[in-house]
Design a protein around this ligand. Structure first.
Ligand SMILES: Cc1cc2nc3c(=O)[nH]c(=O)nc-3n(C[C@H](O)[C@H](O)[C@H](O)COP(=O)(O)OP(=O)(O)OC[C@H]3O[C@@H](n4cnc5c(N)ncnc54)[C@H](O)[C@@H]3O)c2cc1C
Length: 389
């Protein structure tokens, strides 16, 4: 269908909302994004943008905007807490998409996305309060009293989506009994770690199920760290203390322990880890969910933001190829949901100590999708004992 003159209202200007705005506006749709926050912003640390996401940015003319504020990375390394290599692997999809994974600070990423959207497309200070689906259009009312009716309303409003709750599923986020501590620090503080490469590093202590993720942000001279540890405290943003941070990496390589003793506590963002159960239906004939609103997943496989970006591409492609909005939305879900169901499942598995010969469980294309979806993980010959800390 011709998207020219299709009125689209997107709720939420995170990675999903901003990417979808770009993809649909390039196809001629009249897009307005409504964001509750007063200005664009992101907290936390770094994320990895996979080759398929970078290829989408290339299609949208946004590759340079993203690549210029990120670090190209060659692969992943899985290591013991004492920095012994267990497995190394190149990022999948590099050849297929002719680019590699780029590591980026979350703040720089949202700024880069905002910079490629037409001036005024994003309206800040608009918190959606309610939505009415009329079948061939929908009306959204905001807390500031304003409302808008559009041919297509897109719920890109994150893990606690009001669009999802109002129209598709009353189930809320599910606590994963983990806390994630994230921050960035100077690369000089971990001498010897990134001397030869910009590989993403996973340090995993199987005996205590503690994870340390290190992303080199060489363009910033920094390293992003994410410590994920078990916890039974479901508080969304739990308190961070020096004692808690130091104990989270006790027994790890002394360079990493030292970071926990010296880092400025106020720079650390802590989030309880939540995802959602797969949602059966993501759309009506005039409303659709994208990103975390449709399929929030745990961060262990780094696929949340990447899935949001590929939703944007998938939705624009499906609408353009369909005879009408109704058929386009159905085709979008049919194409994307099997893949994101698989990622939600694999991400909930975290890292399997018996399968550490595979740096990307469930991410090697369709065959793996089926496995992941049905819970068959690869079985390798990694020495689980080496990971017993
Ligand atoms: C610890 C951690 C590490 C991660 N690491 C990675 C990684 O390495 N790679 C990766 O791909 N993913 C990663 N992710 C996942 C990634 O952050 C999310 O999947 C991604 O942010 C989802 O984007 P989104 O736009 O769907 O949702 P959000 O980023 O949550 O954006 C939703 C937007 O909607 C707005 N909004 C919400 N409600 C309303 C309302 N009622 N009205 C108007 N606006 C509203 C919000 O203010 C927000 O701006 C990580 C997540 C966590 C928690």
């Amino acid at each position: 269908m011709d998207l020219n003159n299709l009125d689209v209202a997107i709720i939420g200007a995170g990675y999903a909302g901003a990417s979808t705005a770009k993809a649909l506006s390039l196809r001629g749709a009249n897009v307005t994004v409504y964001e509750q926050a007063r200005q664009a912003g992101e907290v936390g640390a770094g994320i990895g943008l996979r080759p398929s996401s970078m290829a989408a940015f290339r299609d949208w003319g946004a590759f340079d905007a993203v690549a210029s504020v990120s670090t190209a990375s060659n692969g992943i390394r899985i290591l013991t807490p004492q920095d012994q290599l267990v497995h190394a692997e190149e990022w999948p999809e590099k050849e297929q998409f002719g680019t590699t994974t780029h590591l980026i600070h979350r703040r720089d990423f949202i700024d880069a996305l905002m910079s490629v959207l037409p001036e005024g497309m994003v309206k800040f200070g608009y918190r959606m309060e309610s939505i009415v689906d009329h079948g061939d259009s929908a009306t959204v009312t905001f807390e500031n009293g304003e409302s808008v009716t559009a041919d297509l309303v897109i719920g890109a409003d994150g893990i606690s989506s009001r669009v999802r709750t109002a129209l598709f599923s009353g189930k809320g986020p599910v606590f994963a009994h983990e806390h994630a501590y994230r921050a960035v620090f100077d690369m000089a503080l971990v001498p010897g770690v990134f001397d030869e490469d910009d590989d993403f590093r996973v340090y995993f202590d199987a005996s205590t199920n503690r994870h340390l993720y290190l992303l080199p942000l060489r363009h910033r001279g920094q390293v992003s760290f994410d410590i994920t540890v078990p916890s039974d405290d479901p508080t969304w943003s739990p308190e961070v203390t020096r004692e808690i941070i130091v104990s989270s990496l006790a027994g790890f390589d002394p360079r990493f322990e030292q970071i926990t003793r010296s880092i400025d506590i106020d720079t650390i963002n802590c989030r309880a880890a939540y995802d959602i159960d797969p949602v059966d239906r993501w759309h009506s004939d005039a409303v659709v969910l994208v990103g975390d609103a449709a399929h929030a997943m745990l961060h262990h496989q780094g696929q949340g933001a990447n899935s949001a970006i590929l939703d944007a591409k998938g939705l624009a492609d499906a609408l353009a190829a369909a005879p009408d909005v109704k058929a386009g939305l159905a085709a979008f879900q049919a194409a994307r949901k099997p893949i994101t169901d698989g990622y939600q499942h694999v991400s909930r598995n975290g890292w399997d100590p018996d399968a550490l010969d595979d740096g990307f469980p469930g991410q090697h294309g369709d065959a793996d999708q089926a496995d992941a979806h049905h819970g068959d993980a690869h079985r390798g010959d990694a020495e689980p004992a080496a990971l017993a800390g």
